[in-house]
Write a protein that binds this ligand. Structure first.
Ligand code: FAD
Length: 288
């Protein structure tokens, strides 16, 4: 079988997918719902739906989730950002719980303007959510250190604090250098973090766009990846995606060899690369 040749793995793997909510639902152009439908055939452990840190847009996530057909039988985890108004967050979380949503991705959110309080942290949101109901909670982790952190050790201690407050797992910022993830996983274990540190995998769908926003993160792009894209003469999105798929395969192969068996895919509401990858991996995906 193809999958045995590409991925040398014997164990079953767990997958999850992230999507972002559309601002407007439009049947002709709804990549959100069509991507969810296409990827739901792979039985993800959960799908997560991002949220914007803008107070005025906090309901987009809720509205988007309401539009996901129940027949898909998906475990849906909305993201919540703590820099939003606390009353709004409290009401929203209760609404989620009462509508059968038991999983949340709890984040601080990026401080996008001065009207937001930058002295708040995600561990406080984890504490708040646990007081509201017994949510299953995922939090964010940064193998290459969060850009605002004073240093790597403190950032790790802050991650541990979120776990101590009741988070059930961490999902990482995307990375392209597998060693950075593996070293981070070792450091998590060494300070007693005993939950899954699930690698967040971002397929490169448009390298030029990626280069623009990657400066806001500490994520390192290895020279071999830079070289591949710099060597293509044609600026063509399909060719970019084919390379993106090959890079993902390489990253997942390396992670599987190191015993990683859970993967979280940042789909950006574009199913193509993730769908192809999961089709190759299909025999190994755990049916949830
Ligand atoms: P925190 O864990 O609070 O950390 C933020 C910073 O504060 C870090 O530098 C940390 O070291 C420091 N810190 C933490 N605790 C303390 C403390 N007690 N004292 C001093 N310093 C402390 N953003 C969105 O807006 N919407 C989304 O849907 C979204 N989804 C995401 C999903 C994933 C998997 C990831 C990795 C990120 C996501 N983000 C999202 C981005 C995230 O909101 C930003 O990276 C934000 O800047 C930090 O959020 P956090 O939850 O990691 O914050």
């Amino acid at each position: 079988y193809l999958y045995q040749k590409i991925f040398d793995i014997n164990s079953k793997i767990d997958i999850s997918f992230e999507f972002f909510p559309p601002k407007i639902f439009n049947k002709e152009n709804n990549n959100f719902l069509s991507s969810i439908k296409k990827l739901s055939i792979f039985h993800p452990n959960f799908i997560s739906i991002t949220c914007t840190p803008r107070n005025s847009e906090i309901n987009y996530t809720y509205q988007a989730i309401k539009n996901i057909p129940k027949t898909l039988n998906l475990n849906i985890a909305p993201h919540i950002t703590y820099i939003n108004n606390i009353n709004t967050i409290t009401k929203l979380s209760k609404k989620y719980w009462n509508n059968g949503i038991k999983s949340i991705v709890a984040l601080r959110g990026d401080v996008i303007s001065k009207e937001y309080n930058s002295e708040v942290y995600a561990f406080q949101l984890v504490t708040l959510l646990k007081k509201i109901a017994d949510f299953d909670i995922s939090v964010a982790a940064y193998p290459e250190v969060h850009p605002e952190a004073k240093n790597a050790n403190l950032d790790l201690i802050h991650l541990k604090e979120k776990i101590n407050c009741g988070a059930n797992r961490a999902i990482t910022q995307f990375f392209f250098d597998v060693n950075k993830y593996l070293k981070f996983r070792d450091r998590c274990i060494s300070i007693g973090i005993n939950v899954d540190i699930i690698p967040g995998i971002l397929p490169i769908m448009n390298f030029q766009q990626l280069k623009k926003f990657i400066n806001l993160t500490n994520v390192y792009v290895p020279s071999w990846i830079n070289n591949i894209f710099n060597n293509i003469n044609i600026n063509n999105i399909h060719i970019n995606k084919m390379i993106g798929l090959v890079i993902c395969v390489d990253i997942i192969q390396k992670l599987c060899k190191e015993g990683v068996n859970k993967f979280h895919f940042y789909t950006l509401n574009d199913f193509e690369i993730v769908y192809t990858l999961c089709s190759i991996l299909k025999q190994n995906i755990k049916i949830n």
